[in-house]
Every structure is written in C-alpha cells, then in structure tokens.
Design a protein around this ligand. Structure first.
Ligand code: AMP
Length: 147
C-alpha cells in the first residue's frame, strides 16, 4: 500500500535544502509518489501585480532578482526530475503559501526543514511550526544540523 501519492517539498534556497531534498527523494521513491517543489518569494519586492502571487516560470521579461529565483527553482526541478508544471514559485509568506498550495494541489505530505530554535527565534517560531499549524495533511519536519 502506498501511503503518500503527492509530496510537496519546500525549498528555501539555502544550504539546508540538500538534506531536506535527499529525504524527500527517498520517500518519493518508497511511495512511488509524485513530487512537487515550492519556493516562496518572501525577500524580494512583489514584481508586478499582473502576475498574481503565483509566478509564471515561462514569463520572458523578468527583473534580475526574480530571474535568479526562477533559475534556482528550475535547476532544482531538473536535479530532482520534477516537471515545470509541478514547480511553484509564489510570492508571499512561506508557511501560508506552502499550506495553500498543499490544499490546492491535494498534497498528502509536506516536507520542510526544521532548525533548532534559540532565544528570539524560539519566540518568533519557524516556517515548520507555521506549516504544522495550518497543513491539511501530514508534515515531515527534517531536523537540520546547526551551521
Ligand atoms: P526556517 O524556519 O525559515 O528556518 O526554514 C525551515 C524550512 O522551511 C526550510 O528548510 C524550508 O523547507 C522551509 N522554508 C523556509 N523558507 C521558505 C521559503 N521562502 N520558501 C519555501 N520553503 C521555505
């Protein structure tokens, strides 16, 4: 019996992604699941309201910041063998957009990285915390080593 059929891997575009992606790949293979990738643009200005919050990967004219983020997602897609239609580049707040796309796409497992939190970081919470609170499905929080 396969438990998961559609897995959403959330990528931060940091060194943490390698460990999280490796787990996601293994679990996908074990369950013969489809894999989708998401990155939420939370650190660059929203490019143009005509885009909506979902960024079209095929859009030809981009500002350099956005083009760089698209290139990173497309590279991850190639690396993990994920078709462009399963790549999500969304502008917004990471935990909200990750759970929104999970609902929209009938995801049954979300995979996120999880750092140990100290001090203010503990008070502010993490993306993994936010995803856990709002997810419509199971969540795997992959514990990340301290830098
Ligand atoms: P953080 O709580 O910000 O340290 O991030 C931990 C994990 O949340 C990362 O390993 C990613 O799985 C996910 N995450 C954080 N920021 C983003 C983002 N902008 N887009 C997609 N996933 C993210």
């Amino acid at each position: 019996m396969t438990m998961y059929s559609h897995i959403l891997l959330s990528l931060q575009f940091s060194t943490a992604d390698d460990a999280v992606a490796a787990k996601a790949q293994t679990i996908c293979q074990q369950h013969a699941a489809r894999l989708s990738l998401i990155h939420v643009l939370d650190n660059i200005p929203m490019p143009d309201t005509a885009y909506g919050t979902a960024i079209t990967l095929e859009q030809p004219k981009d500002d350099p910041l956005l083009a760089a983020e698209k290139a990173k997602l497309l590279t991850w897609g190639k690396r993990l063998g994920v078709a462009n239609e399963n790549l999500w580049l969304i502008w917004g707040i990471p935990n909200q957009e990750i759970t929104r796309i999970a609902k929209q796409e009938n995801i049954d497992l979300i995979i996120v990285g999880s750092h140990e939190r100290h001090g203010l970081g503990w008070l502010l919470g993490s993306t993994a915390d936010g995803v856990l609170h709002h997810a419509p499905c199971d969540v795997l929080a992959v514990r990340l080593a301290e830098d």
